[in-house]
Design a protein around this ligand. Structure first.
Ligand SMILES: Nc1nc2c(ncn2[C@@H]2O[C@H](COP(=O)(O)OP(=O)(O)O)[C@@H](O)[C@H]2O)c(=O)[nH]1
Ligand SMILES: [Mg+2]
Ligand SMILES: [Zn+2]
Length: 305
């Protein structure tokens, strides 16, 4: 039977087969081959016990991995979803850009979802939409308290494994509970009280929704480093600069203080978002001032060939 590893605890793997969950051990052959099954792996299991609770089996085969995220350590991730509130709390644009750049580096499609549409003004929504659609990302506005606003998001998540991240208080747990009803995440003030008292190092877990839909809640994913990048390459991650590339007076213009800069001219004309440009210049400074040995691989992606 085919399934997906959704959790790994103390040598056991929980395998979700669409209908049931089996507690499995991996066959010794994997250890002999030096392969360790990973959360997110698609596997073949052989069922050994359907009477006990949970039912039991053995992982007998691993299907090829499409990719592997290092932190969180999950295989076969299709996309990353950043969830922010439009307001309460207001978005951190700096974190938003880090997220987009990091996903671009990992070659993981990024989706931005702004929640709490019910609390926002038309003007706030319009500004966010213009800013982030012009940089070429998928942008959704929802209110997770109103199921009728969630159609587009459900469609994007359906049949995929999505890592979900965002700051506290934006509605992540509420969203997970809606998409994956079995998850029963604590929401609101209560969840903050619980997480404060708890050791925050948690096991990675896939939460199952309908039809091969899985979510990975990754609170630690929000502290994103910009890895393996030179400051002068940052501009290539701002796709709204692309049409001005080569039009500045100086070759290799980084669009900051150089005279005759086409990007800055576009900024003055309102063709480039001030929010995005401000983040660009801040991140540029950060990269430029970074010590050369600060090239942490902590949230990198290993590609499997
Ligand atoms: N007005 C409004 N409140 C929301 C919405 N989504 C979540 N909330 C509230 O925001 C608070 C934080 O939600 P929670 O899911 O715990 O956020 P998390 O910290 O990101 O997991 C809770 O009190 C929710 O009821 C929404 O769409 N609109
Ligand atoms: Mg939460
Ligand atoms: Zn320039």
């Amino acid at each position: 039977m085919r399934g997906k590893i959704i959790k790994s605890i103390a040598g056991f793997y929980e395998v979700h087969t669409g209908e049931d969950i089996y507690r499995c051990r991996a066959r010794g052959v994997f250890r002999a081959l030096g392969v360790k099954p990973l959360v997110g792996d698609d596997v073949e299991i052989e069922v050994t016990d359907t009477v006990s609770v949970p039912m039991e089996g053995n992982v007998v085969r691993l299907y090829p991995r499409r990719n592997e995220l290092v932190r969180p350590n999950v295989a076969n991730v299709d996309q990353a979803l950043l969830i922010f509130a439009i307001t309460h709390p207001a978005p951190s644009y700096n974190m938003l850009d880090r997220f987009l750049i990091t996903m671009h580096q990992k070659e993981l499609p990024a989706v931005l979802c702004f929640n709490k549409q019910d609390l926002a003004t038309e003007e706030e929504i319009r500004e966010l939409r213009e800013t982030y659609e012009s940089c070429g990302c998928k942008v959704l506005f929802v209110s997770v308290l109103s199921p009728e606003t969630l159609g587009g998001l459900r469609e994007i998540l359906r049949g995929k494994t999505t890592v979900l991240t965002g700051p506290s208080g934006v509605g992540k747990s509420t969203l997970i509970n809606t998409i994956c009803p079995g998850a029963r995440m604590e929401t609101g003030e209560l969840s903050r009280k619980i997480s404060r008292g708890k050791n925050t190092t948690r096991h990675v877990e896939l939460l199952a929704g309908e039809e091969d839909t899985y979510l990975v809640d990754t609170p630690g994913f929000t502290s994103l480093y910009l890895m393996n990048m030179e400051a002068q390459d940052l501009r290539h991650y701002y796709s709204e600069f692309d049409e001005y590339e080569g039009k500045c007076r100086f070759d290799g213009c980084v669009h900051l203080r150089e005279p005759g800069c086409a990007v800055r001219a576009a900024l003055e004309e309102g063709k480039i978002s001030r929010i995005r440009y401000k983040n660009y210049s801040e991140l540029f400074e950060e990269l430029k001032n970074r010590k050369p040995d600060y090239s942490s691989k902590k949230s990198g992606m290993r590609s499997k060939t």
